[in-house]
Design a protein around this ligand. Structure first.
Ligand SMILES: [Zn+2]
Length: 742
């Protein structure tokens, strides 16, 4: 609204908000504007006491306390009266209340029937004001501004009359609209205006703002294609063009917007188009899965339709105590009927509450009810703390989590913390009670219900592989960091082709649309290339050794003597272990046998890791006693093809990491070492999977290869005139001839 002069800073009118200015700006600005606002308010009240301006009354004039109408008398007398009230006994107060004596201190920010209640956020002020007082208030405000060396921006000053256009016409001269028009922009509540970046006003205004955002996001989506890298584009489009773009609008209007979901679907459609381009072959189930959090197997691409209610409800819960105390202030100032406003607020919160609960499954509904109750109480407490000058740190968001311990969704569903696995949350607010945090908790409960629905859908479609995969992926030991990890200096990054193949596999996309046979065994290929999981054994073996290498890299930190392919452990020809190390089992050497087990293998139905673990023990049952006699423990280290470790592998890694941390001589943090290590192992498992998929699909012919890459192994030379091309038609032959002729 105005600019504030700051020391050593050129006094130019800033068009930016104070919060975006220099570091001292917000504080200095708030303090100065606080003084200006107080001076303006007191000035108006002064005139009211002198009888130059009217007092404000809500409802019946006769119900108003006598004292408020008393003409201005002695300021000191009023001060004394207020002081006496402060020290009065309860009995005296009751007696005074019976006489309806004025009890407001003349210095108090809200004067009884004073007609003004102002609320400020840094340099943004909302002043609730009796229409009769508006011109006087603006004059007083401008006058007070002079002392601070500030100027009010008349263009940015909006006066919103809570009246119809007809009422405005009727009261035109009484409210001095002619003069006000020179001072500010006059509006009615239905007309569009922006409060803290969100359009308020009629539904049309909100729809327009949303539409505008959609257009901007659409344009940006088409621009980031320029980076020519699927990983970067995926991360960028989620982090910068995702739900965060419209979250603030959803917080204010979420529930209302769901009444006409086409508008917010427009936003979701853009993200869907991008996802379809980046990862071809996604079904509707795949899109549904992508919208779930990474921890439960999705891509964390929240959709607006799913976010609208959690966003709106969390904002309402957090704001309700604030609005209530604003309403109380406005009632004291004689502006509104607090009860009516309160009832309206309650209806709004209740409606969003009911709508949110309706979208949840029974179990989640019960959890949500308890959670929301606690959240409301916490919001209340936080507001009280703010008002009494305390910080908000002590007030924490109640945890919603322990709850989803359910057979169907699995006990492994751990939604609690925001670890490295999830993409960094732009608005993460820790556990402190805040709208983003509340919203996240509510969204998570919603995710659980949607996960359940997705699972039953997969079951109906007999998509058992995908159902198993979902279960694997939401295990708490699975690392999802690879999805968001772009910086190759901080850990391995998948190649683009491997990344796409793995995301497609994760989401159960149709990867192969042809009708040809497996290149290795000649079996008919399924579109999901599940066949590759069990067929491409050569690639599987190569990937296995890559896995062993990643493991050894970590083990070497704890045991420099670690060796691979140890020989002579037993008197037989079998080599039961990939790794021999002292860093895996306390006090003993251990022979580690690494295995990546595919859940698709017929023997692995149920728990693939456990099945492989038992298989290994059975297979080496004759060798294990020999090893034990030599003081060596045998330990199969199993990961599934979705990079879920067997519990024994988890224990081994944890032990080795803690050993490495203490042995390294630097102050290493074993848990972050472990998470980096897990990431590296995951990357080698995912690379293995991508290579296996590639191995089964038919090789591209020379033409296709050249079209795709511009490089051709059988580069056209003079021989190519006579070369036998694997031509499909004459056009292709003509193409080659033309090229040769160049
Ligand atoms: Zn095959």
């Amino acid at each position: 609204m105005s600019y504030v002069e700051q020391h050593d800073i050129e006094p130019v009118g800033k068009d930016r908000g104070a919060e975006q200015g220099d570091v001292d700006g917000p504080l200095e600005c708030s303090l100065t504007l606080g003084q200006v606002a107080t001076a303006a308010r007191l000035d108006v009240h002064e005139s009211q006491r002198r009888g130059d301006l009217p007092w404000a009354f809500e409802g019946e004039r006769s119900s108003v306390e006598e004292d408020a109408r008393l003409p201005y008398r002695d300021y000191d007398e009023r001060l004394a009266k207020a002081a006496a009230w402060q020290s009065a006994t309860p009995a005296a107060r009751r007696e005074a209340a019976g006489r309806r004596a004025l009890i407001t201190d003349p210095r108090h920010e809200i004067q009884k029937s004073g007609g003004i209640a102002d609320f400020w956020y840094l340099d943004d002020g909302d002043i609730l004001c009796d229409p009769l007082l508006v011109p006087a208030y603006l004059r007083a405000f401008d006058e007070a501004n002079k002392q601070a060396g500030a100027v009010r921006n008349t263009k940015k000053t909006e006066v919103i009359f809570y009246a119809t256009r007809a009422e405005l016409t009727t009261n035109s001269s009484l409210w001095q609209l002619e003069e006000l028009r020179r001072q500010a922009t006059l509006l009615t509540p239905e007309e569009a205006n922006f409060t803290l970046g969100v359009a308020v006003g009629g539904p049309q205004a909100v729809a327009e703002q949303l539409q505008q955002k959609v257009e901007v996001v659409r344009a940006m989506h088409s621009k980031i294609v320029i980076c020519q890298d699927v990983q970067t584009e995926n991360v960028l489009s989620k982090q910068s063009l995702g739900i965060g773009r419209i979250n603030h609008i959803l917080r204010v209007h979420g529930h209302a917007l769901l009444g006409n979901p086409e508008q917010i679907r427009g936003f979701d459609d853009i993200a869907k188009t991008t996802l379809d381009r980046l990862f071809p072959g996604l079904s509707s189930n795949g899109h549904e899965q992508a919208s779930l959090a990474c921890k439960v197997g999705g891509l964390g691409r929240q959709r607006a339709v799913d976010t609208a209610l959690p966003a709106n409800l969390s904002a309402l819960i957090l704001a309700a105590p604030k609005i209530r105390s604003m309403a109380q202030a406005a009632q004291l100032a004689g502006l509104i009927d607090e009860q009516r406003l309160q009832a309206q607020l309650d209806r709004k919160v209740q409606a969003a509450h009911t709508a949110y609960l309706e979208g949840l499954g029974d179990l989640e509904k019960r959890c949500a009810e308890t959670f929301l109750q606690k959240a409301r109480a916490a919001a209340e407490e936080q507001w009280l703390r703010y008002c009494s000058g305390g910080g908000s740190e002590a007030v924490q968001t109640p945890a919603s989590v322990a709850l989803v311990d359910d057979d169907e969704v699995g006990p492994s569903l751990n939604l609690s913390t925001n670890s490295e696995d999830e993409a960094p949350d732009v608005e993460a607010g820790g556990r402190r009670l805040s709208a983003p945090h509340l919203q996240r908790e509510l969204s998570r409960l919603f995710d659980v219900t949607r996960l359940r629905t997705l699972q039953s859908q997969l079951r109906t479609e007999c998509a058992w592989e995908q159902l198993d995969r979902l279960k694997e992926l939401r295990h708490k030991e699975v690392s999802h960091k690879w999805l968001w990890h772009l910086d190759s200096r901080k850990g391995s990054v998948l190649s683009e082709a491997d990344y796409i193949a793995n995301v497609q596999r994760r989401l159960g996309a149709r990867i192969y649309e042809g009708s040809e046979q497996c290149r290795i065994c000649g079996a008919v290929l399924d579109p999901y290339l599940e066949h590759s999981e069990t067929c491409a054994t050569a690639e599987a073996t190569k990937g296995h050794y890559a896995c062993v290498r990643s493991l050894v890299e970590g083990l070497r930190l704890a045991d420099p003597q670690v060796c691979t392919e140890p020989r002579g452990l037993t008197n037989t020809q079998t080599r039961p272990a990939d790794i021999l190390t002292t860093a895996a089992v306390p006090g003993r050497s251990a022979a580690l046998d690494v295995c990546v087990a595919s859940p698709n293998a017929a023997a692995a139905r149920g728990d693939a890791a456990e099945a492989a673990f038992k298989r290994k023990l059975r297979h080496y049952r004759r060798v294990i006693p020999q090893l034990a006699a030599a003081g060596i423990a045998f330990r199969p280290l199993i990961w599934t093809a979705d990079a879920r470790p067997h519990p024994a592998a988890v224990r081994t890694l944890k032990y080795a990491a803690s050993l490495a941390a203490t042995r390294s001589g630097v102050q290493a943090d074993s848990s972050s070492l472990l998470s980096r290590w897990k990431h590296e192992i995951t990357i080698s498992i995912l690379r293995r999977r991508a290579a296996m998929s590639r191995a089964v699909v038919p090789r591209r012919n020379a033409m296709a290869e050249w079209l795709l890459t511009g490089v051709c192994e059988d580069a056209p030379s003079s021989e190519t005139r006579a070369m036998e091309l694997d031509v499909a038609d004459d056009r292709e032959a003509a193409f080659w001839q033309a090229r040769a002729a160049e």
